[in-house]
Ligand binder design. Structure first.
Ligand SMILES: Cc1ncc(COP(=O)(O)O)c(C=O)c1O
Length: 443
């Protein structure tokens, strides 16, 4: 709890209730902490705390968008219910492709020709010429032989990992692995072990230890760009280590596709590893502006997934319009390098400005820009100030990030102008003046 919430002199019942409810964090309501057998008593308590916080402007989740999710959005204000024009700093559409005219036109044309739903999982009647074309485009993008499409990035990770790993195998994860990777690993029943974030000595130690008496296979899973910190995995070194220790390597390209590499193809291009990685996983929901996921790999690996990955086999195919939009998105990536260039100009400018202010932005190197606040109440209060200044940011508390690393997660887009970014900086300055979140000098 923070300074405000623990004021000692406020002892009226209303004030105590206020302090109690405002002191609650999302971490307090995880299911493992449930004190009673009755789940509905628990959801009632959660509802009461989050409703109260919403009244105080402290629950800024699921704000309702009334426009396309671009650099400028119209949002229904949670309190007044009136439309509010805001600068969007919370979208993962790093290149603005979700609203690109060519991509929208492709989706509309696909609706016209194919209707809105795929009608079935891919093995039955849900596989179209569009799906085949997108698979081919993604294989070219990632420099692999073949590609399989999934309905979401989340189900891609769950479907891929749980398909290949079983109780005899070992999964080796970076400490900051995304929830979808962890869930896939848990579902697989494999042994799970972690290494320190982006620490090659730690990875090597784990590879050595797990290599002794290993019965099954070993799969190391990393992310090209980390989703909450924005830093890049040292993939070349990881690749060398994994090969030296005779394990397999999977890279999650959710936040690197469209961002890394000289033509925006992602980590394999950036590290000159095209065609060498065992599993390249990606999503359409970030730079490519849509929804869905994919795995690119060797032909026979993809074929096996098509039959034994339950998240593929037992789920309806991505809709033709989504797939058509993604084909157009790949074309935009290839033919309009300006978006990737603008994104990088924005990244350089914004990060330099935040560093000048001595804000804690972790080790970010990319569009994902954390501003670590470290305290849940303060993070929510700052989010409220930014909202009142028409700046939309996502507050990310523990346990979504490590303890005392509660943060604002700002995402940069190619479509932000310098003026937008300066307005965001001014709003952050105003919030910082009230709730100092500069890093303190080490004593
Ligand atoms: C690293 C990473 N992998 C996978 C996913 C899941 O992707 P999707 O949201 O497209 O289902 C995400 C989403 O946030 C992510 O950040």
């Amino acid at each position: 709890m923070s300074e405000k919430a623990i004021q000692q002199d406020a002892q009226t019942p209303e004030q105590s209730r206020h302090d109690y409810l405002m002191g609650k964090t999302l971490a307090d309501f995880v299911i493992q902490r449930r004190p009673t057998p009755d789940i509905f008593a628990w959801t009632k308590e959660f509802d009461e705390a989050t409703n109260y916080q919403a009244e105080q402007g402290h629950h800024m989740y699921r704000r309702v968008l009334l426009s396309a999710n671009g650099s400028h959005v119209t949002v229904e204000d949670p309190k007044t219910k009136q439309p509010r024009e805001m600068i969007m700093m919370g979208s993962n559409s790093y290149l603005g492709i979700n609203n690109h005219p060519k991509v929208k036109a492709a989706a509309l044309a696909a609706i016209d020709k194919y209707g809105v739903g795929a009608g079935s999982p891919p093995h039955f009647s849900g596989y179209y010429d569009l799906h085949r074309e997108l698979e081919k485009g993604l294989s070219e993008l990632k420099g692999t032989e073949d590609t399989i499409l999934y309905p979401s990035g989340y189900s891609t990770n769950v479907g891929l990992i749980s398909c290949f790993m079983g109780p005899k195998d070992t999964i080796i994860l970076d400490k900051l692995a995304h929830a979808s990777i962890i869930d896939g690993a848990l579902l697989s029943g494999a042994k799970i072990t972690t290494f320190r974030h982006n620490d090659m000595n730690s990875l090597e130690r784990v590879l050595e230890q797990t290599g002794k008496n290993a019965q099954g296979d070993r799969l190391v899973i990393v992310e090209g760009v980390y989703s909450m910190d924005g830093d890049i995995a040292p993939l070349k070194e990881i690749y060398e280590l994994v090969k030296k220790h005779n394990a397999k390597l999977m890279v999650d390209e959710a936040h690197s596709t469209g961002v890394l590499g000289k033509t925006g193809k992602g980590s394999p291009e950036h590290f000159d590893l095209e065609g060498k990685l065992d599993f390249v996983m990606g999503t359409f929901s970030k730079s490519l502006g849509g929804v869905g996921g994919f795995v690119s790999a060797k032909k026979e690996v993809v074929k096996y997934l098509r039959f034994y990955s339950r998240a593929y086999f037992f789920a309806a195919s991505p809709t033709p319009m989504q797939v058509a939009a993604q084909i157009a998105a790949l074309d935009v990536l290839k033919t309009e390098p300006i978006w990737n260039q603008r994104l990088w100009e924005n990244i350089k400018y914004f990060h330099a400005e935040l560093r000048k202010r001595n804000f804690d932005i972790e080790r970010t190197q990319t569009a994902i820009t954390p501003v670590v606040i470290g305290d849940s109440w303060k993070m929510r209060e700052i989010t409220k100030i930014l909202h009142e200044n028409n700046v939309f940011v996502n507050p990310v508390p523990y346990p979504a990030v490590p303890r005392k690393k509660d943060r604002l997660r700002l995402s940069l887009s190619a479509t932000h102008t310098r003026e937008d970014l300066d307005k965001v900086l001014a709003a952050l300055d105003e919030a910082n003046a009230k709730h100092n979140f500069e890093m303190q000098e080490e004593q």
